[in-house]
Design a binder for this molecule. Structure first.
Ligand code: HEC
Length: 104
């Protein structure tokens, strides 16, 4: 499922790298972002001060909207704090968390 966003064009003559490790890197980077900013209220995606976010099919754009704007007790995280590409990585991480939870 995580490979769905692999729409980059592979140019001829260049070595083609396996997409799986690349996706893993994205998730690994996203995990760092998550640990820094989200984990304390949504520990491991479970409910804490905030609700669980690993148990519902929230689309990526909804997660981003929530992060950028905040809601209630949840603070907003602007681009200066979490740049767009880090937010993308974090969404990939959250989707991986959710998938792991579904397979439990
Ligand atoms: C200070 C604690 C806190 C931090 C830090 C925090 N959240 Fe939240 N989060 C909350 C609370 C509280 C809510 C519920 C808001 C409401 O509905 O009033 C929430 C709601 C959410 C929701 C919506 C869940 C739903 O059921 O619709 C998402 C998605 C979410 N947070 C993601 C994140 C992400 C990603 C981060 C890190 C960038 C983060 N949160 C950081 C407290 C926090």
């Amino acid at each position: 499922m995580l490979l769905l966003c692999y729409c980059g064009t592979a140019r001829r003559g260049e070595p083609v790298f396996a997409p799986v490790p690349l996706a893993d890197q994205e998730i690994a980077r996203g995990e760092v972002v998550y640990m820094n900013y989200c984990h304390k209220c949504h520990p491991g995606g479970e409910a804490g001060l905030g609700p669980a976010i690993n148990d519902k099919p929230l689309p990526g754009f909804m997660i981003k909207l929530q992060v950028r704007n905040g809601l209630g007790v949840m603070p907003a995280f602007k681009e200066e704090v979490i740049p767009d590409e880090e937010l993308d990585d974090m969404v990939a991480y959250l989707k991986a968390l959710r998938k792991a939870k579904e397979e439990e």
